[in-house]
Write a protein that binds this ligand. Structure first.
Ligand SMILES: N[C@@H](CCOP(=O)(O)O)C(=O)O
Length: 497
């Protein structure tokens, strides 16, 4: 299996090489040349398999240059009882006959990012060993809160790798910030940036594409890679849980063989919903993908009009991990939707760079609209749905999952579609304690985030996630900050070059 560039500007590379490089050095993202598929029987038989066994079946189809032993080793190292509290790894909870919550936050950092970032470091180490490079890998991460901690946790103390995380100052929750700033590990650095997530992500992407800077760091025996979802190694493990969920629904006779499901995903960088789309290309029976946004609804508008336009205000919301206007994985999606038309992709991304917007052709728009719907949720609606679901089902949603549920409800109100739907629950509610508590109890005067966390526990009775317990006693180990224009200089300084 070869990986090619969405912009047609790079030779096909192996999976290991795509993972090691993180992003196409000339600009663009690595995508599989073809998407492998399962037979119907293979999919039905998954209902007898454990998460780890389903993981193997998916990874072996995409990561063809990893041996069977290597894949089994990385899967065992990632998906075990030390890393994931729930032995199902990604358990599914029934809210009502049509609605299921896919809990993706049982990993060490309480967000869905763990599902991929517990395995990516193992895949990357093997990729480095397969290459003839002896350079130390420097992982650059831009985060709006969740990827940062999950990547730090995954990569801390991994030999031959350094990790530098950039997050928007005042653009993540207090708990997310505390999680990142208390990270141990001699190879970890965390930097707060006076700007928003898009500033961080754009600066990191520019660094990847900066030939002169890459030559400089190569000369100093370093090479860059990425732990964001621009790295294919982040996306492929996210396909697994869509199959494990389908297997669960079949096993429990909630659906019949071949029955289609809907998938509602709260998303900002479009990675998690794109993984669901790839699962459908592999044979998973999906009716509709519901793309759920907060007030940064650039994706909703795109799905409704075919126009992607980032010339708009950037809102800081109570679902901060989705505060994103430049959605990285849309590029991969458009590549698939246009039948790999790299000319179109190049034109649209040139337009985006020059004017902040692009418009897809009618055929592409119609194709997208046949599969995807875009819905969005206001701040008030986010809080309302948290209250509603708590009252009706005694289930506590985090602010992002709340957007997923609200978007689903809007979609059902518009269409009366009663297809069984799974909502991706992307984070544990305690990561956003203040907002969740305010949704349930009204304004919270208490300033101390850790007292708020305990109060939320009293109100909901939900066990505090083990990755968040005792956070207030941990030492703050990182205190770097910089302006958006100084990110490159910061990287140089950290690496001492
Ligand atoms: N929501 C993300 C933003 C980065 O997304 P990624 O999937 O590309 O890593 C975050 O929490 O950092």
């Amino acid at each position: 299996m070869k990986y090619i560039s969405t912009r047609g500007n790079y030779e096909g590379v192996s999976a290991a090489e795509a993972i090691r490089l993180g992003m196409v050095p000339e600009g663009g993202l690595f995508v599989p040349e073809t998407v492998p598929a399962f037979s119907r029987d293979e999919i039905y038989q998954m209902n007898e398999l454990k998460y780890q066994e389903i993981a193997y079946q998916i990874l072996e189809k995409f990561l063809t240059d990893y041996s069977q032993e290597e894949l089994k080793e990385v899967i065992d190292a990632a998906y075990n009882e030390n890393s994931f509290v729930d032995q199902d790894i990604a358990p599914v909870v029934k809210l009502d006959d049509n609605l299921y919550i896919l809990e993706l936050w049982h990993g060490p950092t309480a967000a869905f990012k763990d599902m991929a970032l517990q395995i990516l470091p193992h895949l990357l180490v093997k990729a480095i060993n397969k290459s003839d490079s002896d350079k130390e890998v420097v992982i650059l991460v831009a985060t709006s809160g969740d990827t940062g901690k999950a990547a730090l946790e995954g990569f801390k103390d991994v030999d031959g790798i350094k990790i530098i995380v950039f997050y928007p100052d005042d653009g993540v929750s207090k708990v997310q910030e505390a999680q990142m700033l208390t990270t141990e590990g001699d190879n970890t650095t965390v930097v707060s940036v006076k700007g928003n997530f898009d500033d961080c992500q754009s600066a990191v992407k520019e660094i990847f594409a900066d030939k002169e800077f890459n030559n400089l760091i190569n000369h100093n025996n370093y090479q860059f890679s990425s732990a964001n979802s621009i790295n294919w190694g982040r996306l492929v493990p996210q396909i697994i849980y869509y199959f494990s969920t389908y297997a669960y629904l079949l096993r429990d006779e909630r659906i019949s063989k071949g029955e289609k499901i809907n998938i509602s995903v709260p998303t900002g960088n479009f990675g998690n919903i794109l993984a669901a789309y790839y699962a459908s290309q592999m044979g998973l029976a999906v009716n509709k993908f519901i793309c759920a946004s907060n007030t940064n609804k650039v994706l909703t508008d795109f799905l409704n009009t075919g126009i992607y336009d980032i010339n708009r205000d950037f809102h800081k919301t109570i679902s901060p991990s989705m505060d994103i206007l430049i959605s990285s994985n849309l590029e991969r999606f458009l590549f698939e939707m246009t039948g790999h038309d790299t000319d179109k992709i190049n034109q649209w991304y040139k337009d985006l760079k020059e004017t902040g917007k692009f418009e897809v052709d009618e055929a592409t728009r119609k194709k997208i609209q046949g599969l995807f719907v875009g819905e969005w949720t206001t701040e008030e609606e986010t809080k309302d749905i948290i209250t509603e679901v708590f009252k009706e089902y005694d289930y506590t949603l985090d602010t992002h999952t709340a957007v997923g549920v609200d978007s689903y409800q809007k979609y059902v109100a518009e269409t009366r579609d009663n297809t069984i739907t799974i909502i991706d629950s992307t984070a544990n509610p305690y990561k956003f304690s203040k907002s969740v508590l305010e949704a349930l109890e009204g304004d919270v005067a208490e300033e101390n985030e850790f007292k708020i966390l305990k109060k939320l526990n009293e109100v909901t009775g939900l066990e505090i996630h083990r990755g968040l317990r005792g956070l207030e006693e941990k030492e703050i180990r990182h205190n770097r900050n910089c302006n958006t224009t100084a990110i490159k200089a910061e990287v140089k300084d950290i690496l001492g070059i």
